[in-house]
Design a protein around this ligand. Structure first.
Ligand code: HEC
Length: 217
């Protein structure tokens, strides 16, 4: 608990001390925090020519080629969200770069119970059973593309965890290894998720998606 509070204090300090910015999207004001637990050996997939900044269409094309492999990679965890997320609604139009999740290109899928997510800042408190799954891939400086982790937030019954707003955070590695889960195996490894998302406590701990990538509700 103390650690969580310290982490969130740190994030709040970043928000307060960081350069004043006119953007309204909360995520842009956060500093990069690498997510630990990269797979030991990146597997070789394919290389792209201009890795520095992928246009949305390029990122989407890479994702289209990679998604079967991503889903197959996460599968060994037997986590229901890892099995099902591909059939859920995706709320971003193309993969976008997430500095806060370790320089990954990411996508946000939400199950039916979490449908209000599509109203973004007007979503209110999501109901118990809402699940958000964020799959990801990495584009290295040399253009190499490899799968990234699956990040999950699941709304649990009231009282599950006051500090997390009753969200259970889970991280699954690209090879299906279970990395950690709030109040479960490896809970200490995902405690920092709670701390950062606490910065947007007033919108149910959700940062949502940068405006240019949002799909219409
Ligand atoms: C340093 C801050 C930070 C940390 C640490 C962090 N996140 Fe996030 N998270 C964000 C931001 C910013 C967004 C929205 C933009 C994006 O997707 O990158 C987000 C979005 C999400 C979303 C989509 C729901 C939403 O908020 O719109 C999920 C799911 C998620 N994070 C899971 C996790 C998990 C699981 C962890 C820990 C393993 C984690 N996050 C750690 C900042 C963070």
């Amino acid at each position: 608990m103390l650690r969580l509070l310290i982490t969130s204090g740190f994030v709040v300090a970043l928000l307060v001390l960081g350069p004043a910015s006119p953007v309204t999207w909360a995520g842009e004001r956060l500093q990069t925090a690498q997510i630990s637990g990269d797979p030991e050996e990146p597997r070789r997939h394919f290389r792209i020519r201009r890795p520095a900044r992928l246009a949305p269409a390029e990122a989407e094309e890479i994702y289209r080629q990679l998604i079967d492999e991503l889903v197959a990679g996460y599968a060994p965890t037997d986590h229901p969200a890892a099995r099902d997320y591909r059939g859920w609604r995706r709320y971003n139009s193309a993969p976008y770069l997430s500095a806060t999740h370790g320089n990954l290109y990411i996508n946000n899928y939400v199950n039916e119970a979490g449908g209000a997510y599509g109203r973004f800042e007007n979503a209110g408190i999501l109901p118990v059973g809402a699940i958000i799954a964020k799959d990801s891939f990495v584009v290295e400086r040399n253009g190499e593309v490899r799968p990234g982790p699956l990040f999950i937030m699941e709304k649990m019954p009231k009282g599950f965890n006051y500090v997390s707003g009753d969200w259970r955070y889970t991280q699954i590695m690209p090879d299906g290894e279970f990395f950690g889960e709030t109040h479960g195996e490896g809970a200490e490894r995902v405690a920092f998720c709670i701390g950062c998302h606490l910065a947007v406590e007033q919108q149910d701990h959700l940062f949502f998606i940068p405006a240019p990538y949002r799909v219409a509700p």
